[in-house]
Design a protein around this ligand. Structure first.
Ligand SMILES: NC(=O)C1=CN([C@@H]2O[C@H](COP(=O)(O)OP(=O)(O)OC[C@H]3O[C@@H](n4cnc5c(N)ncnc54)[C@H](OP(=O)(O)O)[C@@H]3O)[C@@H](O)[C@H]2O)C=CC1
Ligand SMILES: O=C(O)C1=N[C@H](C(=O)O)C[C@H](O)C1
Length: 239
């Protein structure tokens, strides 16, 4: 397949290596480091799918440009989901293909799945409070992480007394705490802690490199062109 890379930073470069190792071609690279290459010049005539990992402030414009240009787009940028409903509506209006995941790692998506099961059971049997903690490298611009927000949504679905999340210690039982730490070059660690007066149960995912994210993004790019609509990892993995 011919893949258009939008964003050529830590993720774009890791995805390029992964894509080449799976026999794909790079149709182009859209990034400030390649100023002569323009997203407007790409469409279904010269690329099969775009993979977008840029910045919270850039993702919406890139995704919507791809949809308008008839290019299926796999997006991994976090921190822009307040605009996701508009992107979704455009995908439906244009008959396009959009894939989004806050985290493309297969392991993290299993973690989301198991965490929802645990949240439902913990709430059913009672007595357990819950909090989320995420640790990332110091270069990360958004907080909390997109992954922590997906974890939090999964918990809030099963803890109806919690009305919202708070990116700090909870100030009331109605809030789910998401604690964020920035440290060195930590790739991405997420921990969910369920605690009662008697015991503590923790679920933890620790990314050791960006390979898992890149692998999932390339799998999504291989899958997406044959599907019209808006999709996520549950569709790809059958979860
Ligand atoms: N869903 C997932 O599985 C994962 C998601 N992410 C998310 O992906 C995003 C990128 O992460 P990462 O690669 O680590 O970040 P980097 O900062 O390493 O790379 C981002 C790249 O995008 C470039 N860029 C900025 N604006 C634009 C634009 N308008 N068009 C094209 N390129 C642009 C940046 O250029 P410049 O530096 O010059 O601004 C930079 O080269 C983040 O939102 C991160 O949270 C990260 C890992 C996994
Ligand atoms: O910025 C990162 O690095 C990461 N971002 C994603 C997120 O915000 O959840 C995924 C992963 O944790 C790495």
């Amino acid at each position: 397949m011919k893949l258009l890379l939008i964003g050529y930073g830590k993720m774009g470069r890791t995805i390029e290596a992964q894509a080449l190792s799976r026999g794909h071609q790079i149709a182009g690279i859209i990034d400030p480091s390649h100023p002569d290459v323009k997203l407007a010049d790409f469409g279904s005539h010269n690329a099969d799918v775009a993979i977008e990992f840029t910045h919270p402030d850039a993702a919406f414009a890139n995704v919507t440009a791809c949809l308008r240009q008839g290019l299926p787009v796999v997006c991994g940028s976090t921190g822009w989901l307040h605009r996701f409903p508009e992107a979704k509506a455009l995908a439906q209006e244009t008959g396009g293909s959009l894939f989004y995941a806050s985290n493309y790692s297969v392991g993290v998506n299993l973690f989301f799945h198991f965490n929802e099961y645990v949240a439902a059971k913990m709430h059913q049997f009672g007595g357990y409070d819950v909090q989320v903690r995420e640790i990332h490298h110091v270069h990360k611009v958004d907080q909390p992480s997109g992954t922590a927000l997906t974890v939090a949504e999964g918990i809030l679905r099963h803890y109806p007394e919690k009305k919202t999340w708070r990116n700090d210690a909870a100030e009331s039982p109605q809030e789910l705490a998401i604690l964020s730490e920035r440290s060195g070059e930590v790739v991405g660690t997420h921990i969910v802690t369920y605690s009662s007066s008697a015991d503590v149960l923790e679920l933890k995912h620790e990314a050791l490199s960006r390979e898992g994210f890149a692998h999932g993004a390339v799998l999504a790019a291989e899958w997406l062109p044959a599907h019209q609509g808006v999709f996520g990892m549950k569709d790809l993995l059958g979860l």
